[in-house]
Write a protein that binds this ligand. Structure first.
Ligand SMILES: CC(C)(COP(=O)(O)OP(=O)(O)OC[C@H]1O[C@@H](n2cnc3c(N)ncnc32)[C@H](O)[C@@H]1OP(=O)(O)O)[C@@H](O)C(=O)NCCC(=O)NCCSC(=O)c1ccc(O)cc1
Length: 140
């Protein structure tokens, strides 16, 4: 299963060359991860960070950029989760505009107690389920 979050390339995302400046992809990816936790898992970022004092920082991310994106493009962030550990998850984001592949990122996110600054085991209701394969669930 794949979770899809569609992100619009906005004016603030592009540089003087008219293409998306690469850190902006990481902001869009974080927005897709927010959608995944809110809609795919059922715990939104306000609940997680403010009320529970938990975060999901990225500890590794490896990205390959295949082709540039421009203002007005609609990018599908197709998220899959090949592995879930005690406190970590591996996340793969394949980003497409229509049929064209724009980038792929593989990241490790860790469930973190924000006050202690340490990893904690996923709470049962926040624990991601491994999901791979073609069946897609789109963000609302
Ligand atoms: C997250 C940490 C507190 C975890 O440290 P520790 O408490 O010592 O935990 P550990 O090192 O034992 O690792 C915990 C798990 O992560 C895994 N881990 C840790 N580092 C790695 C690396 N490099 N590769 C793969 N897996 C890793 C490790 O294998 C453990 O997995 P489990 O067996 O599943 O539990 C610490 O690594 C840290 O503070 N790192 C910096 C994170 C950071 O600043 N990231 C960039 C910006 S923050 C950000 O983007 C963000 C997004 C969303 C948010 O909600 C909050 C913040």
């Amino acid at each position: 299963m794949t979770f899809i979050s569609t992100q619009l390339v906005r004016f603030a995302h592009v540089d003087a060359a008219g293409i998306v400046f690469y850190p902006r992809y990481f902001e869009m990816l974080n927005a897709a991860v927010e959608d995944y936790f809110a809609q795919g898992i059922g715990v939104d970022f306000a609940e997680m960070h403010i009320r529970r004092g938990l975060g999901v920082p990225t500890v590794t991310i490896q990205t390959t950029f295949f082709s540039p994106s421009k203002l007005g493009d609609l990018l599908d962030f197709r998220l899959s989760v090949p592995r879930v550990g005690r406190s970590s998850m591996e996340l793969v984001a394949e980003v497409l505009c229509g049929d064209e592949r724009r980038l792929e990122a593989t990241a490790t996110l860790v469930c973190m107690d924000l006050e202690a600054g340490r990893s904690v085991a996923w709470p049962d209701d926040m624990r991601p389920k491994p999901m791979t394969g073609e069946h897609a669930v789109a963000a609302a």
